[in-house]
Design a protein around this ligand. Structure first.
Ligand code: GTP
Length: 238
């Protein structure tokens, strides 16, 4: 049992969240802050799996919009997530958090292949499991990869770390009157086309009753507070 309201969760980190002030790639300050927060969660007995995106290095969708074949662009994007996963693993191991990286695309020389039952065993042993390479398929986002892994490992919820402090009815950067939701249903997200995740990821969570907590990663301590049951960000549920 953990000291939190959940025992096993999946944390989705967007690649962009790792950029910080660096402008491109990985900001070591952000990586260190994320690693510190993760260490605190694991020390509290939480079983934690992580999915990292790759948008800080390569965005498959943008490249495809510029004319690159979508499947090819997505392959590059999936490789970018592996770089982020290995960087996060290195940072966590620097502060003595035991981790395993599992990739949906086999690259045994640098990490384990994704094996569901093995991932669950790692979690039971208190290791942080970082899932890389999305679902291993083009045309799926890392959000969908995260939703899929969260369901597969029987996570009790999915934490989606972003650069904004929750879900709004319109873009708060453009509209100062944008309203933030404390709670919203999957159906509202899908029907009103509210930007939380792509519709494949949201539908997967809806069909499997996987709650999503959307919160701002840059406020240190947010993950901890959300897992203690405090109202942080927006919760998307049935
Ligand atoms: P236990 O079964 O609980 O002992 O788990 P374990 O992960 O420690 O077992 P194992 O002996 O399989 O792994 C030892 C180390 O090798 C770990 O750091 C694994 O991440 C790593 N490892 C295991 N399989 C692979 C693989 O296919 N490729 C790579 N690169 N590393 C692997």
């Amino acid at each position: 049992m953990s000291e939190f309201i959940y025992d096993r969760v999946l944390l989705k980190l967007s690649g962009e969240a790792l950029v910080g002030d660096a402008g491109y790639g990985i900001d070591p300050k952000v990586l260190k802050s994320v690693a510190r927060q993760i260490k605190e969660l694991v020390a509290g007995g939480l079983q934690l799996a992580i999915v990292v995106g790759g948008g800080n290095i390569f965005r498959g969708m943008s490249a495809s919009a510029e004319g690159m074949d979508r499947a090819q662009a997505d392959s590059i994007g999936m490789l970018a997530t592996v770089m982020n996963a290995l960087a996060l693993q290195a940072e966590l191991e620097n502060i003595d958090v035991v981790t395993r990286v599992q990739s949906a695309i086999e690259m045994r020389e640098i990490c384990e292949p994704y094996i569901r039952r093995r991932a669950i065993r790692h979690l039971e042993k208190g290791r942080v499991v970082i899932f890389a390479a999305g679902t291993g398929n083009p045309y799926f986002t890392t959000d969908t990869g995260a939703a899929l892994r969260a369901c597969e490992i029987n996570a009790q919820c999915m934490l989606k770390a972003t650069k904004v402090d929750g879900v709004y009815d319109c873009d708060p950067a453009i509209n100062p009157d944008a309203k933030k939701y404390d709670r919203i249903t999957y159906k509202e997200v899908l029907t009103n086309d509210i930007h939380v995740m792509d519709s494949t990821a949201t539908s997967l969570c809806k069909d499997n009753n996987m709650a999503i907590i959307v919160f701002n990663l840059s406020e240190e301590g947010n993950i901890y507070r959300a897992l203690k049951g405090e109202a942080v960000g927006t919760i998307v549920e049935g």
